[in-house]
Structure formats: C-alpha cells, structure tokens
Design a protein around this ligand. Structure first.
Ligand SMILES: CC/C=C\C/C=C\C/C=C\C/C=C\CCC(=O)SCCNC(=O)CCNC(=O)[C@H](O)C(C)(C)COP(=O)(O)OP(=O)(O)OC[C@H]1O[C@@H](n2cnc3c(N)ncnc32)[C@H](O)[C@@H]1OP(=O)(O)O
Ligand SMILES: Cc1cc2nc3c(=O)[nH]c(=O)nc-3n(C[C@H](O)[C@H](O)[C@H](O)COP(=O)(O)OP(=O)(O)OC[C@H]3O[C@@H](n4cnc5c(N)ncnc54)[C@H](O)[C@@H]3O)c2cc1C
Length: 662
C-alpha cells in the first residue's frame, strides 16, 4: 500500500495554528542561543545526508552479534563523517544528534566520553602528549573500567591490585578473586584495545587506595587479547544491547610505571608516593560524566514528550460528552496531568543542567590553580542533579509510554527503547540512592557548620540556622520557592535532630546514619529539587528582559507549573513545618488544574520548539506530520514473521499439536 503523506494532519495543523509565541526563539533558548541552533542544524543536515548512518532493518530483528556489528558500523561512520566535515564527536554528543542516531548504546560512546575525559583530566603533560592524539584519532580505542563483579558503588572496596615492582619499574595488575573481575564497562567486551582501569595501588606492601592506570588490552594489529588478560562480553541486558559491555581479568599483567595517571598523585621510580591535593581528584571523570548525564537525561525525556504529546493530539478516544465526536485525548485533564508536569520538568532540568555546567567549568578552572574549596559543592550538586534528572527522565518516559496506551508499548513508538536506555542512568555513574546519600552528607555537614557560625556555600546557604524571612508573597513564584526551601531546612533540621538523638542514646554515628537514611535520601532529593526550582525561576526572570512576551509567557507558565506541582508533591512536609496551610494548598491545586488547561492549548507548539527531527525521534507515534496509523501499519509489515503467510513454526510445532491425539 503506498503512503500519501499529508503535509501534516488536520489535528496537528489546528494545534499549530493556535501557537501564540515565536517557536524559533524558544528553540534558540533551549539550544543556548541562535548560533548553537544553527550549528546543531548544520550537524543534523550533514548526518541526514549520510544514509549509512541509518538502519535498513530495525535492530529488533537482528541477532545479538549483528546488533553489535550494525551499531559499530554506524558509530565508525558517524566518527568519520564528523571528522570529514570539520566537527568533533563532542559536537554530536552535546547536540544529542549523535546519541540519537546510535539508538541503543553504542560501542564508541565510552571512548568519546569517559576514556578521553580521563586522558584529558588525569594525565600529566607527558602522558597527555602521548595518549591524547592517539585517542582522538582512534589509533587507540578505550573504555573506563572501574566496576567489578563484587563492587560498583564502593570504589574503595575494589579488589583489582596494581603492585609496584621497583626492580623493573612496572606495575603488576592482578585480579585476585572472581569478584575482582571488572564487570559492566561499556565497549570493554570486544571493541576496546585499551582501558583506563581503577585499581588499588600497592607500594612496598602498603595500600594507597584506588588509582587509575592506562592498560593496553589487545594487540593493535591483530586485535587479539594480550597475554595475562582475559576479556569478553557480559551478555544481554534490559536495554542498550548494541553495546558490548564487558568483563576483564588480569593475571599478574605488567605495565610500565608511566602508565599510572600522574596528574594528581605520583609514584617515583624508587616507589615513593606523592599525595594529590585532594583525595577524590581521581574521581574527576565520574563527576564530569554526571554533569553530562543531566543534559542527556533531559534530552531523552524531551524525545518521549514530543512523541506522547503529538500522539495525544492525534489520538481520539471515548466520549467526553455523550453523543459528541471522540475528543483528542489531550483534552482529558488526566492526560494533561500525566504529561504537562513532565514537560515542565524537561525545561527545569535543561536550565539546571546549564547552571551545573557553569559550576563545573568554574570549579575546574579553580582546580587548575590549586583551589579545592569548590569540590564538595560540585560533588553534591552533580550527584543530586544526576540522580533527580535520571529518576525524573525514567519516570517521565514511562508515563509518556503509558499515556500512549497500547501503541506506546510498540517498539516502533521508540518509547520502550528510550525507556530502557535511560533506565540504566539510574544505576550507572553512581547508583541514585548512593548519590543522594552523598548529598545528604553534605547537607548535614553544612547544617552543622552553620550552627557553629560558619558561612555556607551558595547552594546550601538557605540552610543557615537563622535565614532571613521571606518578603515575597506566599503565592508568588519566589514565595512558593521560599516555602519549599523552608521545607527542606525543616527536613534537614529534623534529620540532624534524629541523628543526634540516636548518637546520644548510644548508637555509633554510622549506625545512626543508616537508621536515618530513608529520611536523609528524602532531604537530598528535596534539596536538589529546591535548587532546580531556583534555577528555573532565575533563568525565566533573567530571560524576561530579553525575550518576546509570547515566549516569556510560555516559560513563566511552565515554571509556575513546575513549582505548583512540586509544592503539591511536598504538601505533607510543608504543612508539618507550617510553610503553607490547607487553604493555600487548595488554591494551589486549583491553579494547577487551570494551568494545565492553559498550557494544553500550546503544548504541541512547545514540543515542536524542542526541534527534534523525525529521523532522530524514530517513532511511528511522534512524527511531525501526525500520520500515526499509516506508520504503525507499515512498520508492522516489516516483521520477518510477515514474510510468508505460513511460518516454519506452524509445520514444526502447531500442526503436530493439532494432529496429536490429546
Ligand atoms: C560526557 C557524557 C555525556 C553524556 C552522557 C551520556 C550517556 C552516558 C555515557 C556514558 C555513561 C555510561 C556508562 C557509565 C559508566 C560508569 O558507570 S563508570 C562507574 C561509575 N561508578 C560510580 O559512579 C561509583 C559510585 N561511587 C562513588 O562515587 C564513591 O565510591 C562514593 C562517592 C559513593 C564514596 O566514595 P569513597 O571513596 O568511599 O568515599 P568516602 O571515603 O566515604 O568519602 C566520602 C567523602 O569523599 C567525598 N567525595 C566522594 N566523591 C567525591 C568526588 N567525586 N568529588 C569530591 N568529593 C568526593 C564525599 O563528599 C565525602 O566527603 P566528606 O567531607 O563528607 O568526608
Ligand atoms: C548499562 C550500564 C553501563 C555501565 N557502564 C559502566 C562502565 O562503563 N564502567 C564502569 O566501570 N561501570 C559501569 N557500570 C557499572 C555501574 O557504574 C554500577 O553498576 C553502579 O555504580 C552501581 O554499582 P553496583 O552495580 O555495584 O550496585 P550496588 O552498589 O551493589 O547497589 C545495589 C543496591 O545497594 C544499594 N547500596 C549500595 N551501597 C549503598 C550504601 N552505601 N547505602 C545505601 N544503599 C546502598 C544501592 O542503592 C542499590 O539499591 C555500568 C552499569 C550499567 C547498568
């Protein structure tokens, strides 16, 4: 059946006709300015004009091995296309385009992110000069091998050892137990010929804790595994199965002294240890990746939202008024309640990701001149935002899937794949509960420091024991954000009180910490969300002076929805600490419903402004033209089961069953 694709279906035409703001202006804001929009579109055009980057057959129909090879084919093609056209792989990552083409995890992603970032951030000048050009030109291909079968979260508990032998000036890498096997690193199984490996440094029989080493794993000509190394792939996962997550064991494998990354700590030829300025500087690559993940999560959430909101404008179901035509499902308040707060979250995360990036850049510049004081703040912010962003992206993506009813469960909607890929983000790069507990540690320390009269860093300054009282009217954006801040202060104060009470009653501080950890995680989550609200309000108010009134109004409404929704989610705490009363909550609930109806009118135009092209959305439900049913039907025709009317399975199994005398 041939498809006549209308320019765009009537429903979407009508939706777009109601747009009251300048879409291009909103696109520019999301990209970070018109120049960045223009650059992103140039990259997209170049990629769209490279047919080799697209799948002929859906990866769903490929074998495990073919999925990997197909993705590797596209990943290498992507790198050469970028290079030939004067772009870097970073350009493809920071615009999202590259990651979207490589739809389900790709075998070069660890190379272009954590492997290169470790070389840039952990090398001394000689190492940088030696390794960076090789890695940038793909002469060596690597990954980040830290997690082991027995330990992922607890980096200090890693078992892989790197023992210095001063007689040969080498480190001996060894995996003493099965649990010391490196397990999970992306691209480790079959792609990488090098890895940066986290191992316990031993000098003269003493352990100096985890340090990073550059290790060659495979021969650069034959790609065969080197002696003393066992490496392979770990098998199918929930998602991202086109990556070759791998395992790695060392059997007394020797590497030169100069292969320990020596920017921050050093080992001399005679085996002396030189301490770093801060003990956690070797965790820098993780921090940098967490910053990137906040952007990544917001982008993936936006893809799901575009799909679900366009589909909700095209899908008609049931009767709102008996006898009337079936309405667009987006007209149901419950559907708006499912989707629009997540749309607001996407904007909130995007502005917060930008603010975090600035903190990261500022802190990194400080580290360059020996200033370590911003490191705890960066660690807490990046941990909290990584956790909230991935939690919300996963939840939001699943809500988008559910909001599309049965068709959201179709692989061709692309929602399952977006979901399984981003779901891994809750676990990798620091499991979210664990990261929240790191944030909580910072909150409690800050709260205690404030009681002793110390000045607090900016992200926690609102926790000070005697904060200035809020002058903003409660129902203003600022007033509600101040109320949320008061709620977090109350929660942290309460956590501190409970901790102290447990210690006073004879518990060790560690036992007390564990006994309060559910509450502590809630404090960290609430603190991070307060920070996000602040960033959203600040960004919208700063933009107010520079953008047109239509765009400003949309941003103001989204920001308001985010705050109202957050207040309702936190109602219990806010009532307990007296920051709001029942009457205020009732009016907030009513206002939220009102705002849903207002935002619904322009919802399609808002997701259009996110400006993700169909080839990157890869969805039968979310395409720009809204031609949903034809696309779903055509995708189904591609199923290999439809190649013949009667399948082999019929002759092999079904027919014998039907003929059997049961
Ligand atoms: C650029 C990318 C772009 C886009 C991304 C897109 C897609 C994703 C692409 C790639 C990602 C794919 C795969 C992911 C790869 C991985 O998963 S790699 C493995 C990641 N592993 C982890 O994250 C492990 C998590 N665990 C930890 O980080 C630590 O073990 C810990 C923080 C939980 C605890 O560390 P310890 O050494 O045990 O700490 P401690 O002795 O208890 O001390 C705590 C004190 O140290 C401070 N601290 C901890 N970490 C840091 C840090 N990074 N920076 C600064 N300070 C740190 C902490 O605050 C405590 O300080 P106190 O003053 O309170 O003592
Ligand atoms: C798709 C994917 C890709 C990955 N890529 C890489 C990679 O490239 N390189 C790499 O080195 N690693 C990689 N990892 C590993 C990843 O970083 C770890 O899985 C992650 O750090 C969590 O560690 P874990 O698996 O040991 O979980 P655990 O730490 O065993 O967590 C299990 C449970 O225990 C809880 N828990 C653990 N510690 C605490 C605590 N202190 N307090 C309270 N609760 C706790 C957690 O909250 C969780 O509920 C990848 C993982 C995945 C899923």
């Amino acid at each position: 059946m041939s498809v006549v694709v209308p320019e765009c279906c009537d429903d979407l035409k009508r939706e777009r006709g109601r747009c009251l703001f300048n879409k291009e202006e909103l696109t520019n804001i999301l990209d970070g300015g018109p120049k960045l929009t223009e650059k992103r579109r140039r990259i997209e055009k170049m990629l769209i004009n490279t047919p080799e980057l697209f799948d002929d057959v859906s990866p769903d129909y490929l074998s495990h091995e073919d999925r990997y090879s197909n993705e590797l084919r596209k990943a290498t093609q992507l790198m050469t296309t970028l290079e030939k056209n004067g772009f870097t792989y970073n350009d493809a990552v920071t615009t999202g385009t590259g990651l979207w083409l490589l739809m389900d995890g790709n075998p070069l992603s660890l190379h272009i992110s954590m492997f290169l970032d470790t070389i840039k951030g952990q090398s001394n000048p000689q190492q940088l000069q030696e390794w960076l050009p090789l890695a940038e030109k793909f002469k060596i291909i690597g990954t980040y091998a830290q997690t082991e079968l027995g330990h992922g979260t607890f980096v200090r508990g890693l078992e892989t050892t790197a023992t210095y032998d001063s007689t040969t000036k080498e480190f001996v890498l060894h995996s003493p137990t099965i649990t010391a096997t490196k397990w999970w690193p992306g691209a480790l199984g079959k792609t990488s010929n090098h890895a940066v490996v986290m191992a316990q440094l031993y000098l003269g029989g003493k352990c100096y804790g985890p340090h990073i080493f550059m290790v060659q794993l495979r021969d650069l000509e034959t790609h065969r595994t080197l002696p003393g190394i066992v490496v392979g792939e770990i098998g199918p996962r929930l998602g991202m199965n086109s990556n070759d997550n791998g395992f790695l064991q060392f059997n007394h494998h020797r590497i030169p002294l100069t292969n320990m990354f020596m920017k921050h700590s050093q080992v001399t030829e005679d085996g002396k240890y030189v301490k770093p300025l801060h003990s956690k500087l070797s965790y820098g690559t993780m921090v940098q990746t967490r910053v990137g993940i906040v952007y990544h999560a917001s982008r993936e959430l936006s893809r799901a939202l575009i799909i679900a909101i366009r589909y909700s404008a095209v899908r008609h179901q049931s009767e709102m008024v008996p006898g009337d035509p079936e309405p667009q499902i987006l007209d149901y308040q419950t559907q708006q309640y499912k989707l629009l707060p997540h749309l607001a979250s996407f904007f909130a995360l995007r502005f917060s990701a930008r603010a975090l990036l600035e903190v990261f850049i500022g802190t990194s510049a400080g580290l360059g001149s020996g200033k370590m004081n911003m490191l705890p703040e960066l660690h807490a912010l990046s941990s909290g935002l990584k956790a909230v962003a991935t939690n919300d992206a996963v939840k939001g993506t699943d809500i988008c899937r559910l909001a599309c009813g049965g068709h959201g469960y179709l692989s061709s909607s692309n929602l399952p794949r977006i979901y399984t890929a981003i779901a891994a983000g809750i676990t990798y790069e620091g499991e979210n509960t664990v990261l929240f507990l790191q944030v909580a540690r910072y909150l409690i320390k800050s709260f205690r420091a404030s009681s002793q009269g110390q000045t607090l860093p900016f992200s926690v300054s609102y926790l000070r024991v005697q904060p200035p009282s809020s002058h903003a009217p409660l129902m203003s954006d600022r007033g509600l954000v101040d109320a949320l801040g008061a709620g977090v202060r109350w929660m942290v104060g309460e956590a501190e009180r409970r901790l102290q009470q447990l210690v006073d009653s004879g518990h060790s501080p560690h036992a007390a910490w564990n006994a309060c950890s559910v509450h502590l995680v809630q404090c960290a989550d609430a603190h991070t969300r307060y920070y996000i609200c602040e960033q959203f309000v600040d960004a919208v108010s700063k933009l107010g002076e520079t953008v047109s009134s239509g765009v400003h109004e949309v941003l103001r409404q989204l920001c308001r929805l985010y705050i109202l929704h957050r207040v309702i989610q936190t109602a219990g705490i806010l009532l307990r600490c007296g920051a709001v009363d029942g009457k205020a909550l009732t009016s907030i609930e009513e206002e939220e419903c009102h705002l849903l109806a207002t935002l619904r009118i322009q919802a399609v135009s808002i997701v259009d402004a996110i400006d993700i092209k169909d080839v990157f959305l890869k969805s039968t439900l979310g395409a720009w033209d809204g031609n949903v049913y034809q696309r779903i039907y055509e995708e189904a025709q591609k199923s290999p089961l439809n190649k013949s009317d009667v399948t082999q399975g019929y002759y092999q199994y079904l027919r014998p069953l039907m003929k059997a005398n049961l």
